[in-house]
Design a protein around this ligand. Structure first.
Ligand code: FES
Length: 325
């Protein structure tokens, strides 16, 4: 989409009540006109957060983005040890991230770090929290891997065992006591290990929408395969119609689509039946209960994977692109 088309999307988004946008990717800094999109969002009254690897963020670029109305930045981190971080990322990016964090702090923007946690870094959680402190983060999101997309493809290499997760959870509690008020720690629960479905996206078509670089509008960033060719596009329809009327956004909205055990479950208004993308990825049917839920008839396969993780040998990572050296 052109920057003019993005500008129009931002204005339409504001009209339907959107208050915050995450400019994410891939890597949003690859767009040279990113500042124009930020300007459009900010002028429409939408809070803008840049979600970035930090690679490609230099002082002049950040200055332009801040001038355009950028309000906060979230940086992804993989590990506090540069070598381990680069092995997980498959790219030499640690120094660029460190530099980006310094620039964001110098610009006085709120800084969040997002660390996706898994078998190769859960035991290094202390270091990630300390990294957040030393880089001046306001918030560190400790996000246990959710297994779809590339994570599903890498599941054998990433899935932790229960004791590893228990150790990490305990460390988070200790850090929360120590850090009270200084830095926010968010723990995104490991749904496979806990056997508890997450209230994914706050419910399908409930509080959030994604517009992809080609204009495809989706109820969640991972829903491309699930929605398939039915996905509406902002080039063909107004965002208000997409949000309110389109089949894609209404398919799993509310509770009418639910089957048992969700339909009569007392948690259906809390977890909304779990994650539609995960139900689709693991069963081929997005209307089934999320198999991560211990009440799902499909949960046995998830439990067997977690039970086997302690004795399994972690495989090698499969990268999107061959690691750069
Ligand atoms: Fe798409 Fe959960 S990731 S609904």
């Amino acid at each position: 989409m052109t920057s003019a088309q993005w500008g129009d999307v931002m204005r339409q988004a504001a009209d339907i009540g959107v208050v915050q946008t995450h400019l994410s990717g891939g890597e949003p800094l690859l767009r040279r006109d990113l500042h124009e999109i930020v300007t459009a969002a900010d002028s429409a009254g939408i809070h803008t957060q840049l979600v970035t690897s930090g690679v490609g963020l230099h002082e002049a670029r950040l200055e332009v983005l801040v001038g355009a109305g950028l309000r906060s930045v979230q940086l992804s981190v993989q590990h506090a040890d540069p070598e381990s971080a680069e092995l997980i990322a498959g790219a030499r990016a640690f120094t660029a991230k460190e530099k980006a964090a310094g620039l964001v702090r110098a610009a006085d923007l709120p800084l969040g770090l997002n660390a996706v946690l898994h078998r190769a870094n859960l035991d290094a959680l202390d270091g990630i929290v300390e990294l957040g402190l030393s880089w001046g983060a306001d918030r560190v999101e400790l996000a246990n891997t959710q297994f779809y997309g590339w994570a599903l493809r890498n599941r054998d290499a990433l899935l932790p065992d229960r004791t590893q997760v228990a150790r990490a959870r305990e460390r988070v509690e200790r850090w929360r006591e120590r850090l009270a008020g200084r830095m926010e720690l968010v723990w995104v629960a490991p749904d496979y290990v806990d056997g508890i479905a997450k209230p994914c996206m706050g419910g399908w078509g409930s509080i959030s929408l994604t517009v992809a670089p080609d204009g495809t509008a989706l109820p969640c960033p991972a829903a491309g395969e699930l929605v398939g060719p039915d996905a509406p596009n902002v080039k063909d329809h107004r965002l208000g119609w997409i949000w309110r009327e389109s089949a894609a956004f209404n398919r799993y909205r509310g509770q009418g689509w639910m089957r048992e055990p969700c339909r009569s479950c007392e948690l259906r208004t809390v977890d909304f039946g779990g994650c539609r993308c995960q139900a689709y990825a693991l069963t081929g049917d997005a209307s089934r209960t999320d198999p991560a839920c211990h009440r799902s008839p499909d949960h046995g396969a998830v439990r067997a994977l977690v039970d086997g993780a302690a004795s399994a040998t972690a495989g090698d990572f499969v990268y999107r692109a061959p690691p750069k050296t």
